[in-house]
Design a protein around this ligand. Structure first.
Ligand SMILES: Cc1ncc(COP(=O)(O)O)c(C=O)c1O
Length: 407
């Protein structure tokens, strides 16, 4: 059988139109560089949306995946396996958590977390204590429960009826949470830095206050670290910098470095509520995924890699500030580690996508976070030379967008 020639046009013929991918089709990646079908080269500041934490085809990840592929692929949860056990041990040793539940994505990790907070309250306080509070602009995934807990109504419109007993407070506004929280609240859910919502860091006072309010009302605190986790902020998990310890934490994206895996971490206090038979996932804890994630964790959870994230953050900030001196298009550059957002000034609001397209044309892959924010979530080990070269491409892209607007 010959390999069928495929191209971007085929996407529109054979794929459900819920995505609208860029026109080029990437075929190969190495480190922070990617090549398309026409052999055009790109610098990757997108990192597969905060997933490729060690770049593309990191040799140690390739090697561990190949080795596992020759050993054992899948068992289901009727059996456990060595990579899953090793990974769970490393995750619990490295964090507040005592117990781990493995799954395949961020949404699934959150689904498990939200079910757990409901079930824990049901078991310990009764069925009436079932309200979940989360935050406006928050993003937790695309399943029906996660779009309902998420604070962006556009993602649930048309899919109702949505699960009930979910309220949304203002992020970084403790009074707003105080007005909603009560003894009927079973859990409060937040991203330590809101990612999709515009790269908005939760401030230290706010996070501390949320923890206190949860304690006062016997509500569990869930940190969605799907985007901020596994070194992205320069700490293994963002909670470690804040000093605020959640009861439940979800992690995915960078955990597999590009191989699909998610996990929910929790304390011994709450874990028993997901007792035998209460929840599950066929692929959760798959040996291939866990073997890769174990290696990702071994590499990232080291002082060199974590401190390297801060160094690279400084270079990104320096370059973005230089761009702003030249073009004056950013209102603010914010975020931590290698989750960085550059918010456009009002005159450019709604136009983030134009900069993204122009950057792609210059050979740079990057992201937006909503219509007003350019987002950068590259490999945590991206070489300095690639950052500088990527920023030169971004400068060209911005110059063209600004020029076109003035013409
Ligand atoms: C904070 C956060 N939570 C959850 C998700 C959903 O993860 P997944 O797409 O793997 O289901 C995302 C994805 O962008 C995210 O940024």
């Amino acid at each position: 059988m010959t390999t069928q020639q495929v191209n971007r046009a085929l996407f529109d013929d054979v794929m459900v139109p819920n995505y609208n991918p860029q026109q080029m089709v990437p075929v190969r990646g190495a480190g922070s560089r990617v090549w398309d079908q026409d052999n055009n080269e790109y610098i990757d500041f997108a990192g597969g949306i905060a997933v490729n934490a060690l770049g593309h085809c990191h040799p140690e990840l390739v090697s561990v995946l190949k080795e596992q592929a020759d050993t054992l692929w899948h068992l289901s949860n009727v059996f456990t396996n060595e990579p899953a056990l090793r990974l769970a041990k490393k995750l619990t040793d490295a964090t507040f958590a005592d117990k781990v539940f493995f799954c395949n994505s961020g949404a699934e990790a959150n689904e498990a977390a939200f079910k757990l907070v409901r079930k824990y309250s049901y078991d310990n306080f009764g069925a009436e204590k079932n309200e979940i509070i989360s935050f406006k602009q928050g993003f937790h995934g695309r399943t029906l429960f996660t779009v309902s807990v998420g604070g962006q109504p556009k993602y649930r419109e048309g899919f109702e009826p949505a699960p009930g007993a979910i309220e949304h407070a203002e992020f970084n506004n403790l009074d707003s949470l105080k007005a909603l929280i009560s003894d009927k609240t079973c859990g409060v859910v937040l991203e330590p830095t809101q990612g999709e919502g515009g790269v908005i860091p939760g401030n230290a006072e706010f996070l501390k206050g949320v923890r206190e309010l949860c304690d006062q009302h016997n509500a569990l605190l869930v940190f969605d670290e799907v985007q901020t986790g596994v070194g992205r902020t320069g700490h293994l998990y963002a909670y470690m910098e804040s000093g605020v310890v959640p009861d439940v934490l979800t992690t995915a994206k960078s955990l597999g470095g590009g191989f699909p895996i998610g996990a929910m971490l929790c304390s011994d206090k709450v874990a028993p509520s997901l007792g035998f038979g209460t929840h599950g996932s066929t692929y959760g804890g798959n040996p291939l995924a866990c073997a890769v994630a174990e290696k990702v964790l071994d590499i990232i959870n080291t002082p060199e890699v974590l401190s390297g994230v801060a160094t690279r953050n400084a270079i990104f900030n320096e370059e973005l500030n230089k761009l702003n001196e030249r073009f004056g298009i950013f209102k603010e550059v914010r975020g931590s580690g290698l989750l960085i957002g550059a918010e456009l000034i009002e005159a450019w609001h709604g136009k983030a996508g134009e900069f993204l397209a122009a950057a792609r044309a210059e050979g740079l892959m990057m992201l937006v976070a909503g219509p007003n924010v350019l987002r950068f979530a590259p490999s945590l080990i991206i070489p300095e030379a690639d950052i500088r070269e990527g920023m030169a491409k971004l400068a060209e892209a911005i110059a063209k967008v600004v020029e076109a607007a003035e013409a």
